[in-house]
Every structure is written in C-alpha cells, then in structure tokens.
Design a binder for this molecule. Sequence first.
Ligand code: 13P
Length: 262
Amino acid sequence: MGMNRTPLIAGNWKMNLDHLQAVALVQKLHWSLKDAKHDGDTVDVTLFPPFTDLRSVQTLIDADKIPFGLGAQDVSVHDSGAYTGEVSGAFLSKLNCGSVIIGHSERREYHAETDEIVAAKVAAALKHGLVPVICVGETSEDLEKFGASAVPVSQLETALDGVAADAEIVVAYEPVWAIGSGQAATPEQAQEVCRKLRDVVRAKLGDDAADSTRVLYGGSVKSGNIATFMREPDIDGALVGGGSLKVDEFSSIIRFQKHVGV
Ligand code: 13P
C-alpha cells in the first residue's frame, strides 16, 4: 500500500446479478459495513455491475448516500451512432459512473480486444470524464515463455499511448491464470509486477502520475489473502471478482485494515 494513495477495493461483478439482486446486495453490503463500524474514509469502494444494473444501483447509492463508487465493465470507443449493442461513455457519465473497467482479460479473450482497442477505449473513457481501470496480465503460457511482467508491461505501454500526464487512471494487474482459479499470485510476485507497471506509468506520464496512480492486484483475492497483498508498497488495492458477489466476504475484504496481524 503506497504513500498518500487511498486504497481502492473494486468489485467486478462480471455477468452476475440482475438489477433486483444488485439492489439487495448493495443494501446488505452497506449495512454490513455499518454494523462493523467501518470507517469509509480509509478505503474507497467501487462496484462494477452489469450495464442493466447501473441505473438501479446509482439511484440507490444516491438516495441513501451510500459511499460506494459506481463503474461500468466496458465502454465503446465511439461517442454515439450506428453501433448496435455498444454503450457510450457519455451515457455512463450521465449515470454518475465515475470509472470503467477496460481491457479485462475476458474481453481480450472473448471479444478479441487488442492493445490498440484498449488504448482507444482508455481515450474514450477519459474524454467522457471516466477513470479507466486498465487491466493487464499474462496468461500461463506467457508466464512460461516470457516471465510474469513482460506482457503486462507491454500491454500497459500501449494502453497509455496518448494519455495526458495529469489524467486520472487506475491500473489493475490481473494474471489470467489467477482469475477465478483459486490460485492467487504470491504477494511478492504481484508486488514485483505492480512495481514494474508503476515504472511504466512513470516513464510514460511522469513522477506525479506514478506516485498518485493506484495499482491494483486482481485474481482470486479473498478475505483470507487480501491483507498480505495490501502490505506490499506498490499494491494499492484489489480488483475482486467472485469474492465481490458475497456480502460477508466482500465486506471483510473491504475491512482488510482490521485483519489480525496487519
Ligand atoms: P476472481 O476474483 O474471481 O479471481 O476474478 C478476478 C477478476 O477477474 C476481477 O476483474
């Protein structure tokens, strides 16, 4: 966990929970944190529900003043027009979304998103006032061939092409082999890659950006291992998939600062 960077715990719901289930989960999560007397100022929480849930979740968190950020899981490279099925960053901003996940490995794999498409989506997000949460990570094949950091470093270099030095971004290191596998990276491995990703931010955007950008780890994060990641100097938070769908589990992940031995 780095200097002056508020930790960020992000929940990527992927294609889970309809809008009714979403509202129930957000309410329960809020109550769970209240019951635990969690201090919301010490950690940022952002939820990334499916598109169809965004309006319901936004209405709920605005009405009840629930201190969670809201984000989408993808954005179009286009502003508007004949692009059936796409969602514009302008629409997401209108819904009070503050951020958007870009380049998740599942989009790279199932929707053929290249590093260039990812870069165009980063530009689209920034254009519409959304913080891009840029996901990078190596497959197990990449790991064998090139080691852990080469592919994520090169993915991030392309994603940051054309980004202004003062743009707010978040970087998420998600080794593909660790996603949904129950086999998280070790904190030492994750730290090493996150440090190199911060070096990329420094080289492309400068010292201020490198010092203020939050770099997250993602891949089989659980209440039982979150604290070990958060101890590392270049890991500023987590992008959580499966663990963000269960109220008690996600609540405990958010309260990592209270875990024994931290
Ligand atoms: P899991 O936490 O389910 O491994 O998913 C990680 C992820 O892909 C978050 O974007």
